[in-house]
Design a protein around this ligand. Sequence first.
Ligand SMILES: Nc1ncnc2c1ncn2[C@@H]1O[C@H](COP(=O)(O)OP(=O)(O)O)[C@@H](O)[C@H]1O
Ligand SMILES: [Mg+2]
Length: 368
Amino acid sequence: MARPRQAPIAPGATIGILGSGQLGRMIALDAARLGYRCHAFGPGAGDPAMQVCAAATVAPYDDEQALAAFAAAVDVVTYEFENVPYAAAAFLADRALVRPGPAVLKICQNRLREKDFCASVGAPTTRYVEVGGPEAVARELRELGAPAILKSAEMGYDGKGQVLVKADSDPRAAWETMAGHAPEAIGILEALVDFRMEISVIAARGLDGQINTYVPVENRHRHHILDETLAPARLPPALADKAEGLARLLAEKLELVGVVAVEMFVTSDDRILVNEMAPRPHNSGHWTIDACVTSQFEQLVRAICGLPLGSTERHADAVMKNLIGDEVERWREAVGEPNSKVHLYGKAEARPGRKMGHVTRLLPKRQG
Ligand SMILES: Nc1ncnc2c1ncn2[C@@H]1O[C@H](COP(=O)(O)OP(=O)(O)O)[C@@H](O)[C@H]1O
Ligand SMILES: [Mg+2]
């Protein structure tokens, strides 16, 4: 339902960003183009976002004095990753506008709550069950069928905290791989999906309830880290529409103000299952910077500031390649290619598995 438009937070205002990585950096760059200032809050001095924001607070997320000062210094707060502590977002929400709201963060930072939420709104997921220890893993594996994937319910990313459990796996070893020795760990055991493609859809929802989606894109992972995104995904139109519809449904039911990335599986029998949601710009949406009228980052700024959403129309197809670890050196060739755009995140040290930058190659637009 469309709501009447509230007065926007106009350019000149300051956007607070919780988190200071490359997503924060790209939010700040697009915000600046619209005339906003950004203030990043995070634990690491000199982080990618800090380098381009007008102001920065370097403090731990539980520093209430620093959080209160941050809330007082900004006009609206958003976040660039979903593992910022819920308590920090809730503390800020008592003192400032936080968009998306902390309730969205709470759902998306726990895989069980996230899948329960999907189920409650009719978005299909793989079968899953909560597990509290190795005995439960052994028991539920028999119910769910082996192999299955054991994931930590919270704080996982890039495949961390995940383990494949086979019929003959030792449940205790699997549990320890997933949870380390954390006594309070909660796990989720998921039926393995026989997928033919991984896709994602980014949806934005404005303050007035308007929802815009980008075309579904195809994601290829290497060592559990996104390696390449193909935009658009090579899907028949009916499946692409279905995927966009699911992202739209989730954005609406979350009552989101902001952007959400919905990762999905396309199964070998052409069903679409939701894997996970991220209530923020997403690595698989980086191509929108160079190939769309409005990037996912500008779209976030528009949504949280109460501006009308921008067009998600693309003027080119694209392949986005992440530069991970040593691959960052590839900027040297890419920067000379006429249809490539190089993005580097300003990280000093190219550790293995670290996202250092990306290259978007623009291609002639196919149909659609
Ligand atoms: N239930 C599943 N069945 C098959 N593959 C899965 C399943 N869950 C995750 N995967 C694979 O592992 C990758 C990472 O899992 P995901 O849940 O997206 O966690 P994260 O991206 O937070 O590390 C997915 O992109 C997919 O390739
Ligand atoms: Mg994922």
